[in-house]
Design a protein around this ligand. Structure first.
Ligand code: C2E
Ligand code: MG
Ligand code: MG
Ligand code: MG
Length: 288
């Protein structure tokens, strides 16, 4: 670490920072056109109810097909979008697109499938946010409990009173609330017990090495115990292998999500993923 820092003297660091700033600027300019140019696409990743071995829904994850940079991951462009009002346009597009897909799957007969959508902090603090979600539920006729909105732990702590009011209003409308990346923020038990949320989503950093890290397992057990005491469901993200699934199921983790089930996939692939023959093969593989 010290050695790496030593190499990055101020003089050699400067041009790199400039290049990064330029990259950001060019990304931001391109991103502005992306919504209009239909360069954004939602991918979907399945979620499984652990005990019942049942598919419960999908999380929508945005992808950007940038003509200049290829596929850009949300980790790269969402933070840039969040620095301006761009995130509001993108967020609105995501919510509409996710609901449109959900309705399509419902029309194909998958009427128990839910949809989880990630939100940005700017979105939930818009004065018309609650109304816009109500309008969405109305427009797409989404039954209670099928739309879930994910906000990160750090978003909650930022502005706790407003956030609690917003989350409460959402839940009264039949929208579920999940706290994403849980364990990476700094929420105290005091915050946690006030939170109007349905689900805690354990961050994948606690899940990744679960099978050979006794301390990570203890952390996960503790999170699950606290969550269940406070009446939250628990979902683990980043589940990549059967061994991890089995451990999580042993410690009563309610739901799992990760590459083990599927990588996030475009909508066309979801339709074949949902075919009974495919689903049954998946359940068999997971039960083995
Ligand atoms: P997140 O909501 O915590 O999503 C989980 C991330 O982990 C996704 O990355 C997903 O592809 C990845 N992942 C899923 N299963 C596994 C696994 O088994 N192993 C590993 N190593 N990774 C796995 P992705 O799609 O790149 O998204 C990154 C983040 O970008 C998301 O984290 C979320 O915070 C944000 N994001 C994605 N879509 C949106 C969106 O529509 N709006 C907003 N505001 N943020 C979004
Ligand atoms: Mg998420
Ligand atoms: Mg997460
Ligand atoms: Mg994340």
């Amino acid at each position: 670490q010290a050695k790496a820092l030593g190499r990055n003297t101020f003089a050699s660091f400067q041009p790199k920072m400039e290049a990064q700033a330029l990259y950001r600027l060019s990304l931001e300019a391109r991103l502005r056109a992306a919504v209009q140019n239909q360069e954004l696409e939602l991918y979907f990743q399945p979620k499984l109810h652990t005990r019942e071995m049942r598919l419960i829904g999908f999380e929508a994850l945005i992808r950007w097909h940038c003509p200049e940079h290829g596929i850009v991951s949300p980790g790269e462009f969402i933070p840039i979008a969040e620095q301006s009002d761009l995130i509001l346009d993108i967020g609105e597009w995501v919510l509409n697109e996710a609901c449109r897909q959900l309705v399509k799957w419902r029309e194909l007969g998958h009427d128990q499938i839910g949809m989880a959508v990630n939100l940005s902090v700017k979105q939930i603090h818009q004065p018309n946010f609650i109304d816009s979600i109500a309008a969405l539920m109305e427009e797409y006729q989404i039954p209670d409990g099928l739309l879930e909105l994910e906000i990160t732990e750090s978003m909650v702590i930022d502005n706790i009173d407003t956030t609690i009011a917003v989350l409460e209003a959402l839940r009264q409308m039949g929208v579920k609330v999940a706290i994403d990346d849980f364990g990476t923020g700094y929420s105290s038990l005091n915050y946690l017990r006030q939170l109007p949320a349905d689900t805690l989503k354990i961050d994948q950093s606690f899940v990744a090495a679960l099978h050979d890290s006794p301390s990570d397992l203890e952390i996960i057990k503790t999170i699950i115990a606290v969550a269940h005491t406070l009446n939250f469901m628990v979902i683990a993200e980043g589940v990549e292998d059967l061994k991890t699934l089995n451990i999580l199921s042993e410690v009563n983790c309610d739901e799992v999500q990760g590459y083990l089930l599927s990588r996030p996939m475009p909508a066309e692939l979801v339709e074949s993923f949902l075919q009974p023959a495919h689903i049954n093969r998946l359940y068999e593989a997971l039960n083995s």
